[in-house]
Write a protein that binds this ligand. Structure first.
Ligand SMILES: NC(=O)c1ccc[n+]([C@@H]2O[C@H](COP(=O)([O-])OP(=O)(O)OC[C@H]3O[C@@H](n4cnc5c(N)ncnc54)[C@H](O)[C@@H]3O)[C@@H](O)[C@H]2O)c1
Length: 329
């Protein structure tokens, strides 16, 4: 089998996870990486025997690739995807899709028009634990959903600024909004509130330090999803789904350390998993590039999750209920 030639734009934390997974595959060659931070791409390129570029445009202009990974912060989306679409180049992009909804909608239109293969890094969907949760909930559809992302402020310089990350709801808690959509269905309306307090050690921060969203699902289920990045440690990340006589709780302690707790009147059962959903989503995307097989989270599907997180954030900013569907139309 011929080796697929791949590149990666952005060589920070999550790129390290993808490149680590890709470098273990015999049928993949990492040919080039790019990063706007001087020296960072060179260091990573040396590790994988790849060429280094100071920006993604130069990489895409020069290299003949079969696929590219975009692992850049939220503010950097748009031009990279547009360049990939112009070349009909399949791309894997990390969540969130962009800082705003307009950019993501525009890219989605390009994906639709070109039919380019895409995948988005909502990695929870690749856990067997989530498939098991979906199976259990089929017999006891969720009536109530509660979610929480209770964490520290990440150190990346772009994270605590709204014009860098979009804020925690858009950047982090989007994983929980995605799980909620996947396991409960679409959200019809969302009403949110937020608070912004000074963060020790982050003098230029302006992103909210806490937020909460009240969700009305199309199924009639109700839910709340809360976020804070005001702690000095990761306290808890999880989603609880409650149906008749059943509580299903999914939790993440790290990217490869997840837990499923299932409770009924007879007691609770906990399953802990250390499967690597990042490696799994990468392999699924590569199979789609090779053979046109489906991916679980193509761009269009991720756009709906992004619209929900966007709606939750917009509702808090404007102090009014927002319908995600209306933001998409
Ligand atoms: N799926 C997940 O669970 C998961 C986990 C962590 C991060 N992420 C997402 O991945 C993205 C990156 O996060 P990270 O933690 O790796 O951040 P990071 O800051 O560690 O790395 C981002 C890198 O991109 C580079 N960069 C910025 N703009 C660029 C541009 N225009 N061209 C080339 N390089 C550019 C930066 O210099 C930096 O090295 C974020 O959107 C984040 O939400 C997803």
């Amino acid at each position: 089998m011929s080796r697929l030639r791949v590149g990666c734009v952005g060589t920070g934390f999550i790129a390290g996870r993808h490149l680590g997974a890709l470098s273990g595959l015999d049928d993949v060659e990492i040919v080039a990486v790019a990063d706007s931070l001087p020296g960072r791409a060179e260091e990573v390129a040396a590790r994988y025997g790849a060429r280094a570029y100071p920006d993604g445009a130069a990489l895409l202009d020069t290299e003949e690739l079969d696929a590219v990974w975009f692992c850049v912060p939220p503010f950097a989306h748009g031009p990279l995807e547009t360049a990939a679409l112009a070349r009909r180049l399949p791309f894997f992009v990390e969540k969130p899709l962009a800082l705003d909804l307009g950019t993501a909608r525009e890219v989605a239109r390009g994906v639709r028009e070109t039919g380019v293969v895409t995948a988005v890094g909502y990695h929870w969907r690749h856990l067997d634990l989530v498939a098991r949760a979906a199976e259990l909930l089929r017999d006891a559809p969720p009536q109530l959903v509660t979610g929480h992302w209770l964490d520290r402020t990440p150190a990346a310089p772009w994270w605590s600024r709204r014009n860098g990350s979009g804020g925690q709801v858009l950047e982090q808690t989007t994983h929980l909004f995605d799980l909620a959509r996947h396991l409960v269905g679409e959200v019809a309306t969302v009403s949110s509130g937020e608070v912004t307090r000074p963060r020790q050690g982050f003098p230029s921060a302006d992103a909210p330090t806490a937020a909460t969203a009240l969700l009305g699902f199309a199924s009639g289920a109700v839910g709340t999803i809360s976020s804070t990045s005001a702690l000095g440690w990761r306290h808890a990340v999880g989603l609880q789904l409650l149906g008749a006589g059943l509580v299903v709780e999914l939790g993440e302690r790290s990217l490869t350390d997840h837990e499923l707790r299932v409770s009924t009147v007879d007691g609770a059962q906990v399953t802990v998993s250390d499967e690597d959903p990042i490696a799994r989503e990468d392999r699924e995307f590569l199979a789609a590039v090779r053979g046109g097989t489906p991916v679980q989270v193509p761009y269009e599907e991720a756009l709906r999750t992004h619209a929900l997180a966007w709606a939750a954030d917009l509702s808090a900013r404007e102090g009014r209920p927002v319908r995600p569907d209306e933001e998409l139309s």
